[in-house]
Design a protein around this ligand. Structure first.
Ligand code: M6P
Ligand code: ZN
Length: 193
């Protein structure tokens, strides 16, 4: 038996970045084509092509059963039309793998859905430890005026299924109505039959 060496990764609590991240993923509007509901607003904003969010990966842990991965996500403030900046969202390739999100900064939502289209929205602010149960697709949304930052911890073998959401969308959208965040049904959602 060879034992893995324990380690600590530091998160900068000022901004949620991980200075020694093993990988930083930058997602611009052009990396999220078709995910925001308002295509005309997307086209207008695509000239500017803003960074929507960054993911700071904390480890290079092997993607083996029993291992964990963790990362911070920084979603910048903004909207495409009236829909707030958000992550792409995914199901886990191994659907039975759960995940924990811990909010460090800002305000937003963890938006979840079952494969059948049932929706759940968890409001998050610093201190919120929000649980993604097995089988729920999940995306995070920044509804505040500043950055929305959270730490995510998940099984290393969970994997990503982005295709289902790219093809069918999310059953609900989080939009600004009279300056307030509201969860509304997505008219374009293609439920699994
Ligand atoms: C969290 C975790 C990551 C995920 C990231 C961005 O940090 O859930 O696994 O990659 O959010 O979400 P997405 O992959 O849907 O763009
Ligand atoms: Zn996940």
């Amino acid at each position: 038996m060879t034992y893995m060496t324990p380690f600590t990764t530091w998160v900068d609590l000022k901004d949620g970045t991980i200075p020694n991240a093993t990988m930083v993923q930058t997602q611009r509007l052009s990396d999220m084509r078709g995910l925001f509901a308002d295509r005309a607003a997307e086209a207008v904003l695509s000239v500017q092509n803003p960074v929507i969010y960054r993911v700071y990966n904390a480890t290079n842990n092997p993607k083996d059963e029993g291992q964990l991965l963790y990362s911070t996500t920084v979603i910048y403030p903004g909207k495409v039309g009236d829909e707030y900046f958000m992550t792409k969202g995914h199901y886990h390739a191994k659907g039975d793998r759960a995940e924990l999100y811990y909010c460090l900064q800002g305000e937003g939502y963890l938006l979840l859905q079952t494969p059948g289209g049932e929706i759940n929205a968890q409001a998050m602010a610093p201190g919120a430890a929000s649980y993604v149960p097995p089988y729920w697709g999940h995306r995070t949304v920044n509804t505040g005026p500043g950055n929305f930052v959270f730490l995510a911890v998940f099984p290393a073998d969970a994997g990503y299924d982005y295709k289902t959401i790219a093809e069918r969308g999310f059953a609900a959208l989080i939009v600004a109505r009279n300056g307030q965040a509201q969860v509304v049904p997505n008219p374009k959602y293609a439920a699994r039959r």
